[in-house]
Design a protein around this ligand. Sequence first.
Ligand code: AMP
Ligand code: MG
Length: 536
Amino acid sequence: MIKTRFLSGKDNNEIAEAAQILARGGLCAIPTETVYGLAADAYNGKAVAKIFEAKGRPQDNPLIVHIEKLDRLYDLWEEVPERALKLAEAFWPGPLTMVMTKTDKVPREVSCGLDTVGVRFPEHPIARKVIQLADTPLAAPSANLSGKPSPTTFAHVKEDMDGRIDAILEGGDCFVGVESTVVDITGDVARILRPGAITEEMIADVLGNAFTDSAVEEGLKEGEKPRSPGMKYRHYAPASPVKLFCGAPDDTAKKVMDAPAGAAVICFNEYAYGYEYASRLSAVSKVSPLGNSWDHAMHARRIFDALRSCDGATAIYVQCPRRMGAGAGSVNRLMRAAGFNFEKCTQYPVIGVTGRSGSGKSYIAKLLSEELGYPVFDADAEYKKMLESGGEMTRKILQAFPSVNDKGKVDRRALAKIVFEDKAAKELLESITHPCVAEKASEFIKNSKGCILDVPLLHESGIGRLCTAVLGVIADEDVKLQRIMIRDGIDVTMAKARLAAQSDDKFYYDSCDITVRNNGEGSKNLSKLAQKLIKL
Ligand code: AMP
Ligand code: MG
């Protein structure tokens, strides 16, 4: 039993102390943006060997080396290819680890007998400061006991490592929350061995191509040799058995609601609160919210804490996030934690396509429809149809906005004027229209075997919760303006005002599984994208 020192990352002297411990061959847990790392001097084989002991890590699972000067790559790798420099330029400092052929300077304790080594340049200011002061690359796996969920808070590290290592440097909660993306760049095409916040699509954008190793999504097949030793171990797992429910959030919500007595539930915020009112709440031991169903960044940040906090329950039922794009990291960790024990809750793909006016989303929806042979639900057209038919939705609108009543019909211009100027009125209108359009979308889904939903306010309307995949479409500002002006016959000032009232590109990057830019090239790579989107 070692007396573990607790150091504060807010205090420069204590950061320096952590660096000294490391430079002298000690072990210190440090915060990074992904998860807390258990660090040792990467050039000191003896120090590195102690990491395996402290974690109980299998001897053949190599460690990632952390640097804070790009030049270090030339000490660690035999060759620094152009593609590495491009990825470094795009994503470092940040949550990307690149695997290349190592030099003899990298001790075998780090690489565990492989002839390659993974290197990462973290973004976290405290991590960078420690590496800089220690004046050596640091080898660091996650600072948890081997097999357990990774630590994303100081309390997690303390729980696992107190008494086993020299020090823990406190640095608050990790803001990414799942480990770095690991990409093997020894071959011509980048191969993702572990998904994370830097997605396959982002890497392909920089290099022109990238793919994810099949073992990532499906697990290793009987007798298959892993490309990354870490793939073969039970990982990220609490002691309680974990079961995953995959599919559209509204479908998976029904399943997790049925969790057996004594189980814990990890679900999206939209359902967590409903759960509290459900009569079955008394039966489950805990409900841990994972963030809104569309919020991949929040899922990543929450996932390990949610798993740890549910440990001890008879079972953990998890509403699985969508797996594409930024969801891939969270889903991969959950699959591993569950030992690939999952149930598909949605039968056919439901692909949501969303974007601002003029982004060309309807065009992309049409191309996808031709590619896949799926029908398209056009929310705008459906809304107009309902307004004209004078049914339930019209009745409710006229009740809420009597001044737009034009002989029993809605005066659309008058209504548009009211809600354009008044935020509360807009919200009131949407509280009427969104559920009506969503109900139409539900019917459409039921009547098709796979479909595409073309919906401008996909998440806001709740229709995103019916989707198994969500594609965001963006376009450059001038392209959108041109399109709106031509399509709707309005001038540039009007077109600009309309665009200004909508969400920015970041909203789509954050809330959609995959986002494509459609400045006219439209169909590029579309069939590959379509295949990704239909994967359940
Ligand atoms: P951790 O240290 O807990 O973040 O896990 C590191 C992950 O990266 C493990 O899954 C390792 O198997 C993987 N990894 C590290 N170095 C290499 C390498 N040289 N080749 C392939 N995978 C690696
Ligand atoms: Mg780990």
